[in-house]
Design a protein around this ligand. Structure first.
Ligand SMILES: [Zn+2]
Length: 154
């Protein structure tokens, strides 16, 4: 198996959203609520406890390549401070979720899109990143479509 780096959204984006109650990238108002779904939190990449955790909803654009077509969408984070995820392995909390792995090349070009389904996440990720032109991958929710996390080669 190859080695990857799986990361939550940038820490400063989460800090700004919590402090200003607005989307740091778009200025739209953020929405605070008690979790009605599992999320996950895009900073710590852990799922919410429904009916208990306070979460913040705001618009986030995950591409850092300026040549990529922006893809703003809704994301949740914990309302209060939490630890940003940055590790080699997929968080166990994400494993049961319906995931799609998307491989992107230069200019944010979508190269491949694979549903994980019953297959092992690692095998699907390897397949997407095997293409030499694949520079990074996004994990998205296969049902809601929202961005979950970014994956780079280590
Ligand atoms: Zn969190």
């Amino acid at each position: 198996m190859r080695s990857y780096r799986i990361q939550g959204i940038p820490e400063n984006i989460a800090t700004d959203a919590r402090a200003t109650m607005r989307s740091p990238q778009y200025g739209h108002p953020a929405h605070g609520e008690v979790a009605t779904g599992y999320g996950p939190c895009r900073l710590c990449l852990q799922t919410f406890t429904v009916g208990l955790d306070q979460r913040l909803l705001f618009t986030y654009q995950p591409f850092t390549d300026p040549a990529a077509l922006p893809a703003p969408g809704p994301v949740f984070i914990h309302r209060e401070s939490c630890g940003r995820y940055d590790a080699v392995l997929l968080p166990e909390a994400l494993r049961p979720l319906p995931l799609v792995v998307e491989g992107y090349g230069a200019g944010g070009k979508l190269l491949s899109q694979r549903r994980v389904g019953p297959a092992a996440f690692e095998a699907v990720l390897d397949e997407v990143m095997e293409r030499p032109e694949a520079e990074y991958a996004h994990l998205r929710n296969a049902e809601a479509g929202c961005f979950i996390a970014r994956v780079d080669r280590r």
